[in-house]
Design a protein. Structure first.
Length: 432
């Protein structure tokens, strides 16, 4: 993840109480991407859908969902229209009196658990996007893509989740000095994997595909990902296969998460569209500047269909205000239509000073063992992410702290609609 500063905006932003030097992923210019779109007008397949109340204007892309009730309530997903009308234009986040960057932690969060035997943290790092693969002998291997922020796409591997992120990195491809960052690995087709990587130098996305069943084996470079010959410019790329069978690329352009259908590993079939931007509820900021790090997981819902969960991060990557948000849709809907998505009103992961976890975000989902099950049975879903152990975070270009993020892993759980529920962040007895 980039940590450049927009020093030219410092004076104006300081007047607003914003530290411009601490803004992550700054580039030469930013534009507020505000895409208006009506939200869906009915409840589809049992999933919550926000409806536009009579007399209200169209909602800004990034509109928050109505405040969800406790998961213990049987009426959690009823009277949707009433909820949408009453909560329109309101905010549900609260600020800590001790530190305005740190939000209070609600009491009704899911308990934090991890695969049996896992000891957090898993070592230094950021932007984890692991994948767990079954070996022919029935054992499991964990692969963590990595980069050197110079010219190399890397992969780490271990049969022990505790050791995977600390394993010696192996180069799978060498580029020119493009500033490799934020790699992502996913299944492309069958046993073939796709590895996408961002660039700090030219803001272009590049793709590789595996030649064998071994992620540490040879890979084919497909170069820059393009649409009609023009490069897709951004960072934090992520590829996933939708329940409709099509493959999509997600990425950030600083202001928004964009999506586009893919026709090949390096070609987009459709023009990228923003589906959520940092402009949030009531036109206010969902984040100060960045809306980034998309990651997906498909979960079953009570109707026998699939819910697409899309996690993304907002805030300052170097600070304690960074957090992981969630948007979701039923798998029968078109993922490229912004109003087919609903954004959960609460982060699924947020800072918790009680366990010294600050700024949790920018991660990836993967299959993993349960908290009590066999180490080689992938019967649960996990989320790997980076976080600080100090409230001061990384600081900024003017006042760096020297602190670094470490990788943490914990289970995700979902409600009957297949929607991930907000969780407590997991404690990290081992800091490094």
């Amino acid at each position: 993840m980039r940590t450049h500063a927009i020093l030219g905006l410092t004076i104006g932003l300081l007047a607003l109480g914003i530290d411009a030097a601490s803004i992550k992923h700054a580039s030469g210019s930013h534009s507020t991407r505000q895409v208006n779109g009506e939200v869906i007008h009915k409840i589809t397949d049992g999933l919550d859908r926000v409806v536009t109340p009579p007399g209200k204007p169209k909602l800004v892309l990034g509109q928050m969902a109505p405040k969800r009730k406790s998961r213990k309530s049987k009426s959690q997903h009823t009277s949707l229209y009433k909820q949408a009308s009453s909560s329109y234009g309101t905010s549900t986040s609260t600020a800590s009196a001790a530190d305005p960057r740190i939000t209070d932690t609600p009491a009704n969060l899911r308990a934090a658990t991890a695969p049996k035997g896992t000891i957090n943290s898993l070592g230094m790092g950021q932007d984890p996007s692991p994948i767990a693969l079954k070996n022919p002998n029935g054992t499991v291997s964990y692969f963590f893509p990595d980069s050197d922020f110079k010219n190399t796409a890397l992969m780490r591997m271990s049969a022990d989740l505790n050791k995977a992120n600390r394993a010696p990195p192996q180069a799978i491809h060498t580029y020119g000095m493009i500033g490799t960052e934020a790699p992502d690995v996913a299944v492309w087709q069958g046993s073939q994997l796709i590895y996408t990587v961002s660039s700090t130098k030219d803001d272009k996305l590049r793709a590789l595909t595996s030649d064998t069943d071994d992620p540490l084996g040879t890979w084919t470079s497909h170069g820059v990902i393009t649409y009609r010959g023009q490069p897709a410019e951004g960072f934090d790329s992520h590829v996933f296969t939708h329940p409709n069978g099509k493959r999509y690329l997600l990425y950030s352009d600083h202001a928004a998460i964009l999506i586009a259908e893919m026709s090949s590993p390096n070609t987009l079939a459709k023009k990228p569209k923003p589906i959520v931007s940092y402009v949030g509820q009531g036109g206010g900021p969902l984040s100060i500047f960045n809306c980034e790090a998309p990651a997906t997981v498909l979960l079953p819902n009570k109707n026998g269909s699939t819910t697409v969960n899309l996690a993304f991060s907002t805030g300052d990557f170097r600070a304690a205000d960074y957090q992981t948000r969630l948007m979701y849709q039923d798998g029968s809907l078109d993922p490229t239509v912004s109003h087919h998505w609903l954004i959960a009103d609460e982060p699924i992961l947020r800072t918790d000073p009680l366990v010294s976890v600050y700024g949790p975000g920018s991660g990836g989902f993967f299959d993993c063992p349960s908290a009590t099950g066999d180490a080689n049975t992938l019967d649960a879903k996990c989320f790997a992410y980076g976080a600080f152990s100090q409230s001061s975070g990384e600081g900024n270009a003017l006042f760096p702290t020297g602190n670094r993020r470490t990788i943490r892993v914990q289970h995700v759980d979902h409600d009957e609609q297949g929607v991930i529920e907000p969780m407590h962040v997991i404690a990290t007895p081992v800091i490094i």
